[in-house]
Design a protein around this ligand. Structure first.
Ligand code: GLN
Length: 496
C-alpha cells in the first residue's frame, strides 16, 4: 500500500485501477484518507461528525460488495466519497449545517448514495456546509466556518465549502456537493478543484434536503475532469423517487473522454461580454484572458456573445430561491423531527415560533421572510411571477447564444478570488454577487463546470466556468478535459 503522502496524488481513476486489479483494498484506501483527515480536518473545520469506526465499516462492506461482484466489475470500486451534510446517508447525522437538524439521523439513503454503493464506492464521512445551502462563503454553518486550505484566513466558498476544502486538502478524492445557484462551482473555484453542476434532471434529488427544488442539483467535486466524468456515469439516471430525474440521453461520459480525439478542435466557444465587464477583479480577468488563449491555442474558435438579461439573474434568483425555500423549510416545525424548543407549556403556535427562532440561523430566517413575502397575496404577481418571466428570458438568452453556433460558453466562475473570512459578512449584497456568474446557469437548467485556471499573486486559486446546452454534459466534459490537458493548474495541491 502507498504511504499517506503518496495518496495525496490519488485520483478516482487510480484508486479504481488499484482496487480492481487487487493491488489494494477499499479498507486500505480508507485508512490512508482517515489518517490525513485526523491530521488536517479540524484545522479546516471541513468534516462534521467524524467517525473512523463507521468509515472503516463502510469500507469493509464495500470490499465485500466488490468481492461478490467480482474484481473488475464495479466502476467505482474502492472509492471513498465525502458527502455534503444535506444528503441523507442512512444511520448518519444529516444536519444541513443547522441547529434545527443537529441530532437528526437519516432513516434512508439518498438515491445518489445508493448508486455509489452499488458501484463499489463508500461513504467516508459527511462535510460542513452553509446552513441549508444558503451562502457563498461557508460562514453560515451553525458548526462554524470552513477554512480555505490554500490560506486559512480565507473562505473556501460556499455553500459546498466543506466538500471543496476537503477535496483540495486530499481528505478524499471526491465529495458530493449541491448547487442551487453556484454552490458546487464557486467553492470548487475558490479551492482549486473541479466542480460539476449537471443539467437539472440529470441526477436524482431524492434524499437531498430541498432548498430551491426547481434549481437544486447534486454533482461531484473532484481533482480532475476525468474523475468528474467517472462520477457522473454513476450518478446520472432516472429515479422512480424523483419524477424530475430523467434518463440522460448520453451516458458513457468517461469513455467519451477517452475516445475523444478532437478536444477543442472544431469547437466554437462563446465569450459572454457581460461577465467580462468592469466588475471583474483584475487578477481574475487576467487568468481568464490567459484561459481563452489556451483554448484558442488548443484549436477552439472563440466569439463574443451577449446575454442581455443576465444582469437580472441575481435578483430573479433571490425571489425564486427564497420562495421555494420558504415552502420547503416549513416542514421544520419542531413537531415531526429536528429541534424543539425546551420551553414548557407552550401553545402549538409558540412551539412553532420558538423552535424555529431558536433552530434556524440568521441567513435562513432572512430568506424565509423574503420568500413568504414574495409569495404573499398582492405581491405574488409583482415579484414571484415576474421573476419567473425573467427566468424564461434568461433561458432564451442562453439558447440564442448556443443557437448562434457556440458549442460551449466560457466565463469566470466567480467575479473575485477567495475573500477573507468575515470580509463580506456585513454586506449581504456583495456576498450575493459572488454567484453572479453561476446563478444564470441554474435558472436556465444548464450544465456548468468550474475548473482551475490560475492563481492570484498571493497564490489563491482562480476558476473558470464552461457552460453547455441542456444535457450536453459530454461536450462540456470534453471541453473541460481539453483545457485541463493543456494546463498544469489542476495538478497543484495546497501544502498543509
Ligand atoms: N450562494 C447562493 C445562495 O446563497 C447559492 C447557494 C447554492 O447554490 N446552494 O443561495
Amino acid at each position: 500500500m502507498t504511504t499517506a503522502n503518496e495518496s495525496a496524488q490519488f485520483t478516482i481513476k487510480s484508486i479504481v485501477d488499484g482496487v480492481r486489479s487487487s493491488k489494494f483494498s477499499a479498507t486500505e484506501v480508507a485508512a490512508v484518507y482517515l489518517d490525513r483527515t485526523r491530521k488536517f480536518a479540524s484545522r479546516l473545520n471541513c468534516n462534521l461528525h467524524l467517525d473512523d469506526k463507521a468509515a472503516l465499516s463502510e469500507a469493509k462492506a464495500a470490499d465485500q460488495r466488490i468481492k461478490a461482484a467480482g474484481p473488475g466489475n464495479l466502476p467505482l470500486a474502492g472509492v471513498p466519497v465525502l458527502v455534503k451534510d444535506n444528503i441523507c446517508v442512512k444511520g448518519s447525522k444529516t444536519t444541513c449545517g443547522s441547529r434545527i437538524l443537529e441530532n437528526y439521523v437519516a432513516t434512508y439513503d439518498a438515491t445518489v448514495i445508493q448508486r455509489l454503493r452499488d458501484a463499489g464506492a463508500f461513504v467516508i464521512g459527511k462535510v460542513n456546509m452553509d446552513e441549508f445551502a444558503m451562502g457563498s462563503s461557508n460562514e453560515n454553518s451553525a458548526f462554524g466556518p470552513v477554512r480555505n486550505p490554500w490560506n486559512e484566513d480565507y473562505v473556501p466558498g460556499g455553500s459546498s465549502g466543506g466538500s471543496a476544502a476537503a477535496v483540495a486538502a486530499r481528505l478524499a478524492p471526491v465529495a458530493l456537493g449541491s448547487d442551487t445557484g453556484g454552490s458546487i462551482r464557486q467553492p470548487a473555484s475558490f479551492c482549486g478543484i473541479v466542480g460539476l453542476k449537471p443539467t437539472y434532471g440529470t441526477v436524482s434529488r431524492y434524499g437531498l434536503v430541498a432548498f430551491g427544488s426547481s434549481l437544486d442539483q447534486i454533482g461531484p467535486m473532484t481533482t480532475t475532469v476525468e474523475d468528474a466524468a467517472l462520477m457522473l456515469d454513476v450518478l446520472a439516471g432516472a429515479d422512480s423517487h424523483d419524477s424530475t430525474a430523467v434518463k440522460h440521453p448520453d451516458g458513457g461520459f468517461a469513455k467519451a473522454l477517452l475516445a475523444d480525439k478532437h478536444g477543442f478542435r472544431g469547437m466554437t466557444i462563446g465569450i459572454p461580454e457581460e461577465f467580462f465587464d468592469s466588475g471583474l477583479d483584475p487578477e481574475v480577468a487576467a487568468c481568464l484572458e490567459q484561459a481563452i488563449t489556451v483554448a484558442q491555442n488548443a484549436g477552439a474558435k472563440t466569439k463574443r456573445v451577449r446575454l442581455p438579461n443576465i444582469s437580472y439573474s441575481v435578483a430573479a434568483y433571490y425571489v425564486i430561491a427564497t420562495a421555494e425555500a420558504s415552502a420547503n423549510l416549513a416542514r421544520f416545525d419542531g413537531i415531526r423531527y429536528g429541534y424543539r424548543s425546551a420551553e414548557k407549556n407552550l401553545s402549538l403556535k409558540d412551539v412553532y415560533r420558538k423552535s424555529r427562532s431558536e433552530g434556524f440561523g440568521r441567513e435562513v430566517k432572512q430568506r424565509i421572510m423574503l420568500g413568504t413575502f414574495v409569495l404573499s397575496s398582492g405581491y405574488y404577481d409583482a415579484f414571484y411571477s415576474k421573476a419567473n418571466k425573467v427566468r424564461e428570458l434568461i433561458s432564451r438568452d442562453f439558447a440564442a447564444a448556443f443557437g448562434s453556433g457556440c458549442d460551449l460558453l466560457l466565463t469566470p466562475t466567480s467575479p473575485t478570488p477567495p475573500f477573507k473570512l468575515g470580509e463580506k459578512l456585513s454586506d449581504p449584497l456583495a456576498m450575493y454577487l459572488s454567484d453572479i456568474c453561476t446563478i444564470g446557469v441554474n435558472l436556465a437548467d444548464l450544465p456548468g463546470i468550474s475548473i482551475p485556471c490560475g492563481r492570484t499573486k498571493s497564490g489563491l486559486p482562480v476558476g473558470m466556468q464552461l457552460i453547455a446546452p441542456k444535457f450536453n454534459e459530454k461536450k462540456l466534459l470534453i471541453g473541460a478535459n481539453a483545457y485541463e490537458r493543456a494546463t498544469e493548474w489542476h495538478k497543484a495541491s495546497p501544502s498543509l
